[in-house]
Ligand binder design. Sequence first.
Ligand code: ADP
Ligand code: ADP
Ligand code: MG
Length: 502
Amino acid sequence: MIKKILVANRGEIAVRVMRSCRELGIGTVAVFSDADRTAMHVRYADEAYNIGPAPSRESYLNIDNIIGAAKKSGADAIHPGYGFLSENAAFSRRCSEVGIKFIGPDAYAITTMGDKITARQTMIRSGVPVVPGTTEKLTDEKKAVEVVNEIGFPIMIKASGGGGGKGMRLVRSMEDLLPMLRMARSEAMNAFGDDAVYIEKYIESPHHIEFQILADQHGNVVHLFERECSIQRRHQKVIEETPSPLMNPELRNEMGEKAVAAAKAVNYEGAGTIEFIVSDNLNYYFLEMNTRLQVEHPVTERVVGVDLVKEQINIANGLALSFKQEDLKQHGHAIQCRIYAEDPDNNFMPNPGIIKHITEPLGLGVRYDGYVYEGYEIPMYYDPMICKLITWGQTRPEAIARMRRALYEYKITGVITSIKFLERIMDIPSFIAGKYTTHFIEENSEKLLLKKKCGTECEDMAFIAAFVNYMDKLEKIQPPKYTDALGSNWKDFGRKRNVLRL
Ligand code: ADP
Ligand code: ADP
Ligand code: MG
């Protein structure tokens, strides 16, 4: 049985994994880069080891150093979280070579599913529908023209090694096809070290719906229903929810069965996600499999009532799943917002910095998975996500209302965040109605993004106004009034700042 787990990750996911370990009485080992000495996951763990300089490739992607820390600490298993080495077959293989249990699938499953072309071929063989397109690595330009003539525009050129929303190009006309293909191949080479690309039909009005699966070492595979992930920006998820507003019970069963078949096709072990693209008329196609825990896993945990990290650990221990498909049910509705240190009104520019003040939302039906604290400086080296906010409701409208309330309660200063942007999404009618596609953010950008027209002149004016206001206050210093006992300090704060008497 696993007694000590090294978490080969950082940020909120490292903390989240350690929380389940703590509940199970399993020891925790953190690894950290030079930039992360004071990070929350380091404070939370029972012990911590430095694994190198700030850049990921020298620390969180440094297999030798991580294995070294695991050996030194006597950890018997490694949890990779998501991102970093979580989908790295060599890492999984290396762990098993040195006798440390990798909490996730073996190198074979990671390789087969990690290469999108091989994954497509494997799915076709197992009877899982894939998006129409090429099934081989595309090098022949004539072949590209042939395939496109057959499936018709628009199409997407995708990198076989792509991920994180990168390595995709939408092509709408023949004259763009070959130049885009050449560009895509050289980009794929640069980004993923592999120029293998393929063509997929572009599904219009697409919905991204994925299925969570769990597979033990004894061949038992179940799905834990779907997650709707169509609220995306640049092919990256922003808001996820379950159940999907688009789903019906028959389709859920059918897609769930396909997801289970997909996992069985690679003798999968652990938690994984089968992503599908679904058209408006409910045709669904396999997109890819993520062979790890997903960023959005908490919505499933909340609605299905399982701790996916505990299940991963049980599976790694060789235990059989303690439930069958028919034991699993969805209860109520859960929504997750990813909150970033970035400025949505300034082209989503990352905004790392020092957290001056933070008040996390609490109360019934709210889960907060974060890692930043007051005085903490968000390093510029890593993903700028600072937390995930998850709300649950008996119904979808209640989950939305609760999310609105939780976003309102969440106060953070020192860094600019995407909270306001998320609040605006909660008020868009098509979101409230559950009628949206992956184009939602683009289609509603007028309402979602405030175009800042403030140039240097405007900044100077604001500075003068603030100065005059300050002088004005100095003149009439008076004790603060606490008359409005039921009022909100934040509202007051906002109001005072807005009243600039010139
Ligand atoms: P999820 O659905 O869990 O968000 P993503 O594909 O967006 O899945 O990836 C999760 C994390 O892994 C993100 O931080 C993302 O930036 C990172 N990631 C995944 N694949 C890659 C890749 N090929 N290159 C760079 N980052 C990646
Ligand atoms: P990644 O590995 O980067 O996550 P995916 O294949 O999962 O790549 O695609 C990411 C997103 O890109 C999808 O959620 C969807 O919004 C969009 N997308 C991908 N393929 C298609 C397609 N064939 N038609 C329409 N949209 C697509
Ligand atoms: Mg994906």
